[in-house]
Unconditional design. Structure first.
Lengths: 418, 203
């Protein structure tokens, strides 16, 4: 207690130096934890692009391929699932819900997903977040469309605007579905997932715009107007993929193998988490790069912190000598120095963590909207070992001058000049 | 040297006055021979035991005072017995009693309450700091006071007055004094006077 009050009084005397040291430590901690948090959250965000979905089912291909075209909207499906197969899956007793996905059309580079309004209920991302509407509502009319935040941002669309979908996913000569324009009924909030860059319409709408098409070409003489299409049978013949939710996660493997062995057509069911993990391995170099950055930040941050702490403690050499001269033991002097560096480190760590929390809170929405990066306010698990490391290094920094004071003969202290 | 005696040690610069004090205080180790002080032998003690011995039995006034500028004068005086249970007990035992004793010592050495109650030690004049340093060395009535030219910063008249107060205070506790200075004019205040050239490297 006596040592603590001495340390505090001594630190009060050196306010500027103390503030600077704490600031340096805080910056190091901020950078260290910041990089770690971005790294973790980038992976987390990726791994939880789809959460709450137990199985992803598509035509038989590879798990990563299925994930790429069904969720990330990269590449094209090789095959579809027939409507009957979809109904069979839907009626399996273990299945709680299904969300069909029908892909193949686009609008100015953004993919269109044909689905049901269940999509807005069951598609979860991150830690179980459901999709939210920034403006407007889910589609209710046949020719309603819901657009992702990125679509709205880049094309400056708002609720009520009319858009025309194109047949196919890109390329030079896209045939357009100009005869059946859509009205934007809602804009989704940013999610940091591929949903941001997609447009959702109803399955029936997909059917309606293709009602007079066959094998990718519009059939001459069979044209149906937008209103005529409303009265036709719009039950889909096929969908691209489906999200499946189960009553119990325990039955996932059983349902998965049942679907994989489905006799009427070759299907593939994958656990999204597993497939995402495989995909992350492919794009994992980005994470490795961040790890390297993290290591460099650690090195620079720690050496900055040590320099500041050692400089601060060097100033106290004379003070230590005085204390030794009035009878303080070497142990007491050692304890005093370690206590000071520990106090400075803890204060710096607290300041760094607060700084990080403040900045993530402020930048959260901006990062999500512009980079699609979800930075979590809660600490990543990897941050705790880092904090322990910082604390250990900080205390260790006090041991160095402590050890010097320990080694230095007392006579040296007595002859310190003013 | 008998208990309660005062000894004046003089000699030209570089004659080893400070070295002798260092040996007496146990901060320097003799290259040969041994130091016997207050019925104890430094040669047979470990460094930690020597530290405790010094904290318990010796008061040391440094040439440069060695005060902590960020503490108040009273806090600086309290440092004198901060690492010794024995001296804390002699200075009153409880914190409040020790503060009282520190204030009494400062007053006895000529530092009025109006000075030490307001300023930090670093803001005092050199002469005032010298008095704080002396009070710290005397805190808790050590058996032996070692003083290394503590009056070097004072003018002749205040020097004699200060020395008188210091020696009176030592007399109160029966503290022996070894006082080092090159100023022969001070010798008359002491029981004995020794020129260093004739002092063997053992006390």
């Amino acid at each position: 207690m006596r040592l603590l009050s001495l340390t505090l009084k001594s630190m009060r005397q050196r306010k500027a130096g103390v503030a600077l040291t704490i600031f340096t430590v805080a910056l190091s901690v901020f950078l260290l934890l910041g990089v770690e948090r971005v790294r973790t959250d980038a992976r987390q965000g990726f791994a939880s692009t789809v959460s709450g979905t137990d199985l992803l089912v598509g035509a038989r291909s590879g798990p990563v391929t299925l994930l790429l075209y069904a969720i990330f909207h990269v590449g094209e499906a090789t095959n579809n699932i027939t409507w009957k197969s979809y109904q069979d899956i839907r009626s399996m007793p273990e299945v709680a819900w299904t969300v069909p996905l029908s892909l193949g059309d686009s609008h100015r580079g953004f993919r269109v997903t044909g689905t049901t309004s269940d999509f807005f209920v069951h598609y979860h991302y991150g830690r179980g977040n459901a999709l939210a509407f920034a403006r407007g509502r889910p589609f209710s009319d046949l020719y309603d469309a819901v657009i992702g935040s990125e679509v709205a941002r880049q094309l400056h669309y708002k609720v009520g605007d009319r858009i025309v979908l194109s047949h196919g996913l890109g390329g030079a000569n896209l045939a357009s579905h100009a005869d059946k324009p859509f009205r934007i009924s809602g804009v989704l909030s940013p999610t940091g997932t591929p949903v941001d860059a997609s447009i959702a319409v109803s399955l029936e709408a997909i059917e309606a715009i293709h009602v007079d098409w066959h094998s990718g070409i519009r059939l001459p003489g069979m044209e149906a107007s937008a209103d005529q299409a409303r009265h036709m049978d719009l039950t889909p013949k096929a969908i691209t993929a489906t999200l499946v939710g189960l009553h119990s996660r325990l039955s996932a493997f059983a349902v998965q193998s049942a679907i994989n062995d489905y006799p009427e057509e070759p299907l593939l069911a994958v656990l999204p988490g597993v497939a995402l993990g495989e995909l992350w391995h492919l794009v994992g170099t980005a994470e490795s790069a961040l790890r390297v950055v993290s290591a460099m930040v650690l090195l620079v941050g720690m050496s900055g912190m040590l320099t500041a702490l050692l400089g601060m403690l060097g100033e106290r050499r004379r003070e230590m000598a005085v204390l030794r001269a009035v009878g303080a033991s070497t142990k007491a002097v050692f304890a005093l120095l370690v206590m000071e560096s520990t106090l400075l480190t803890v204060a710096g760590m607290a300041a760094g963590v607060l700084l990080l929390d403040a900045i993530t809170a402020i930048a959260h929405n901006y990062l999500l909207a512009t980079l699609g990066l979800v930075i979590d306010q809660s600490p990543a698990p990897g941050e705790w070992p880092l904090l322990v490391l910082v604390l250990a290094l900080g205390s260790l920094a006090g041991c160095i001058p402590g050890w010097i004071a320990y080694r230095r003969s007392l006579a040296d202290g007595l002859q310190v000049r003013l | 040297m008998a208990r309660g005696q005062t000894l004046f040690l003089h000699g030209p610069s570089g004659s080893g006055k400070s070295t002798l004090l260092g040996l007496l205080a146990g901060v320097l180790a003799p290259s040969s021979g041994d130091v016997h002080i207050l019925d104890a032998s430094f040669g047979s003690m470990s460094a930690a035991v020597r530290d405790r011995f010094r904290a318990n039995h010796l008061g040391y006034i440094f040439q440069q005072f060695n005060l902590l500028p960020f503490l108040t004068p009273v806090e600086n005086v309290l440092l004198g017995c901060a690492w010794s249970a024995e001296r804390s007990k002699r200075a009153g035992g409880t914190h409040a009693r020790m503060v009282e004793e520190a204030q009494r010592l400062l007053a006895a050495l000529g530092l009025g309450a109006h000075i030490w109650s307001r300023a930090k030690t670093g803001e005092l004049s050199v002469g005032q700091q010298q008095r704080v340093a002396a009070a710290r060395a005397l805190m808790g009535g050590p058996e032996l006071l070692l003083a290394d030219e503590p009056t070097s910063a004072l003018d002749a008249s205040s020097r004699d007055a200060f020395l008188k107060l210091l020696l009176d205070e030592c007399g109160l506790h029966g503290t022996s004094v070894v006082f080092v200075s090159h100023d022969m004019a001070l010798a008359r205040h002491f029981d004995r006077s020794v020129a260093l050239a004739s002092v063997p490297q053992e006390s």
